[in-house]
Design a protein around this ligand. Structure first.
Ligand SMILES: [Cu+2]
Length: 126
């Protein structure tokens, strides 16, 4: 398990580097990079992300997954944000999900297939 996490961490680092190289299509002048979260069997890495309002967070499904996963916001979310606003499709591999966070506050996400172990927070600052 430790070994697996280490591999994922280096894959994450590589993904983060390529994310920096690709400028955001909107948000002129923004230089902030988009955090990348790996969706794996059965955890999110990292499981705590902080971004300024207006940023995206990009979830990327690990290529070696055998379980089905999704990313769904829980009841822990800012007022005015609907549950339907943050819900990815479900699958094991080949999925990316990169919603934009406009409303500041704390968002909790789960994989609905592995709720007890796959949970994470996104904190959006003003
Ligand atoms: Cu899952």
């Amino acid at each position: 398990m430790l070994r697996r996490r280490a591999l994922t961490a280096s894959a994450l680092a590589a993904a983060a580097v390529s994310a920096v190289a690709v400028p955001a299509s909107s948000g002129a002048g923004e230089s902030s990079k988009t955090p990348v979260v790996t969706v794996a069997d059965d955890y999110f890495a990292p499981d705590d992300v902080k971004v300024p309002a207006g940023s995206k967070v990009k979830w990327v499904w690990d290529d070696v997954n055998t379980d089905t996963h999704n990313v769904v916001v829980t009841g822990t979310r800012p007022d005015g944000v609907k549950k339907a606003d943050f819900r990815s499709s479900s699958g094991a591999v080949g999925i990316t999900y990169a919603p934009k966070f406009k409303v500041p506050g704390k968002y909790e996400f789960v994989c609905t297939y592995h709720k007890s172990v796959m949970r994470m927070d996104v904190k959006v600052t003003k």
